[in-house]
Write a protein that binds this ligand. Sequence first.
Ligand SMILES: [Fe+2]
Ligand SMILES: [Fe+2]
Length: 203
Amino acid sequence: MSSDHHFNLGRTEFGDPTNAGKLMSLEDAHRLLGEWVSNERLQLHMKQVAALMKAWAIEREGADPKTAQAWELAGLLHDADWEKFPETHCQKIVKELEERCIDPVVIHCIAAHGPKYFGVEPESMMDKMIYVFDELSGFIHAAALIRPAGYEGMDIKSVSKKLKTASFAAQVNREDITDAISRIDQSLEDIIRFILDHQKEVH
Ligand SMILES: [Fe+2]
Ligand SMILES: [Fe+2]
């Protein structure tokens, strides 16, 4: 979907500021995923991004439990509409969360997970990290799947090498990864290490 602008949300403000601090419980988020997503691979992708977001919030941003939950929630729901509403990907989940009166911070984060597609620039660290984790998480999982030992013993070097191999997981957009990394202070190697350390336990 490169250069395809039909996902463009046409706005950059989401939700109602008076809903600040209002989160959905993780149980309700999982229930929504159960209703909208039957593809287990897609469910796993969202759970992986959720785990990375939560871990980053706590370990790198010193987030309190509620803030960490907001990060986790954004990861968990960012592609919730992809399977059932492919024509209105992102628009549908954004609307759903606005109707449920969810904190605008969570909605903006979801809307910012693909700036080229949705037309929303990542602003907060939370926005920037969902963009960073989205493609890289899937890429590293694809790399783990083809190894007999899976994540075990996988290192930064082998991931970097595969990133430079255009034919490997060709659907993963390398340009998006480079763009996402350029927006944060951490190196690609640091992010790969973080994903390797935090994603293998997610099922
Ligand atoms: Fe997406
Ligand atoms: Fe995603």
